[in-house]
Design a protein around this ligand. Structure first.
Ligand SMILES: Cc1cc2nc3c(=O)[nH]c(=O)nc-3n(C[C@H](O)[C@H](O)[C@H](O)COP(=O)(O)O)c2cc1C
Ligand SMILES: [Fe+2]
Ligand SMILES: [Fe+2]
Length: 400
């Protein structure tokens, strides 16, 4: 069966959902599945925007055959060479012998490395500023290096004002028929997963994302077509302003997220007490996370969302507790910066967690550690209670 929808003059969405997938990229839990989008432009020439993941390639090929209505495929634009959009290239190559692939030099090189196909006579090499006419429609290529692969090109179709944005503006989660962002309660139902997607997949490359947002701001955009999740045809500010915040590492919520790593529950106890005291200080939407329980991708996403972060960790073999260590490593890898920080450590014989966490935070940009650092020996003492109270006051005072 086909799953095709006309979305604009001569432009068709061909979509497939993978609802069985557990981990996107074998890393990120996707309990609501994953969507993969393709677009077909049917002009004097036919042009396919990107391919799809292996897992849903059958659906995609049916969609494409249906949407082409017997016409041949002239072009396939490959905006980046990641296998979740490229695994069908060898099949398409055989199925459509006249098809030419339109892509960057760097992508063609990767294509050879991935699929060992000879694209020599069937390639159109494009770079930033190049155009390709399909008849009425004209494609303009825009380079978007490291958003999130080095060779990413976005494509602006000038007749309809459509920006094909590659992986930018995507989200985790399968779609359910409503393929436009204005057909769902995006802010309520999708924003968190869009942030988790951005932060984990692109988050490291804030400045590069800023650069491409700047380029996009010069275009007259009527529609944004990403490779995952919803198409935007209005309220662009909603997604663009979020991307601006996320890519500048600006928090969206001025409140406290507490992350704890605890073996026996005493560090957790300190985290719960601190949360209560923060509430008494007037902080709202405080969140507490067990780093061993909540997936790191969600923790990293929350760290991007919140202005003030508390790391509370037991000492483990003279190190930070494993799941907390994992979180700190990921935060550094994603270049998180500009946060207010509180620290709590625990240990029964040689507590080390606070100093170890401090050293790692020092290697990140503009992380302001607020005193006091609460040091627990085995379980929360009377003295610790007082310290937690002072820490709550200080964190509240430092969170505007
Ligand atoms: C495998 C293991 C290694 C540990 N290593 C240390 C250590 O190096 N230094 C220390 O002071 N405590 C160490 N501890 C003890 C815990 O950090 C300590 O009991 C702490 O109070 C536990 O806090 P919790 O109740 O939040 O789990 C270790 C515990 C375990 C199980
Ligand atoms: Fe990608
Ligand atoms: Fe992708």
């Amino acid at each position: 069966m086909y799953n095709v929808r006309k979305i604009n003059d001569d432009i068709y969405y061909l979509g497939a959902n993978d609802r069985r997938i557990a981990l996107f990229e074998n890393v990120y839990p996707v309990p609501e599945g994953m969507s993969y989008n393709n677009y077909l432009i049917k002009d004097e020439k036919t042009c396919l925007m990107d391919g799809i993941d292996e897992s849903v390639s059958r659906q995609f090929l049916e969609n494409l055959t249906y949407a082409l209505e017997g016409r041949k495929l002239d072009y396939m634009v490959v905006q980046h060479m990641e296998p979740d959009h490229c695994s069908v290239i060898p099949d398409l190559f055989k199925m459509y012998p006249e098809m030419k692939i339109v892509s960057s030099v760097q992508a063609f090189k990767m294509m050879e490395n991935f699929y060992h196909i000879d694209t020599k006579d069937r390639s159109i090499v494009i770079k930033e500023g190049d155009t390709l006419s399909l008849g009425k429609h004209e494609l303009h290529f825009i380079s978007a290096p490291m958003v999130h692969w080095p060779e990413v090109m976005m494509t602006y179709e000038s007749t309809t004002g459509t920006l094909f944005s590659a992986d930018a503006f995507g989200a985790f989660g399968a779609m359910s028929g409503n393929i436009f962002a204005d057909e769902v309660r995006w802010d309520h139902d999708w924003r968190d997963e869009a942030r988790r997607y951005y932060v984990n997949i692109v988050g490291k490359y804030g400045p590069q994302t800023q650069a491409v947002l700047k380029k996009a701001s010069t275009l007259d955009i009527k529609m944004i077509c990403p490779l995952h999740a919803h198409i935007w045809r209005k309220d662009f500010e909603q997604i663009l302003s979020r991307y601006h915040q996320w890519s500048t590492y600006e928090p969206q919520r001025y409140s406290v997220a507490i992350f704890y790593g605890s073996i026996y529950g005493n560090t957790q106890n300190a985290a719960e007490i601190l949360a209560m005291k923060l509430a008494e200080e007037g902080m709202r939407s405080v969140m507490v996370f067990d780093t061993s329980k909540t997936d790191t991708s969600e923790l990293v996403s929350r760290a991007f969302q919140y202005s003030t972060l508390v790391f509370a960790s037991a000492t483990y073999n003279a190190e930070v507790f494993d799941s907390m260590q994992n979180l700190l490593t990921e935060l550094k890898n994603h270049n998180l910066s500009n946060r207010t920080i509180g620290l709590v450590e625990n240990g029964s014989w040689a507590p080390m967690a606070a100093n170890k966490m401090k050293a790692q935070l020092a290697s990140m940009k503009n992380m302001k550690i607020v005193d006091p650092i609460v040091k627990i020996q085995s379980s929360v003492s009377e003295e610790n209670l007082k310290q937690l109270e002072v820490l709550a006051k200080e964190l509240a005072a430092n969170t505007k």
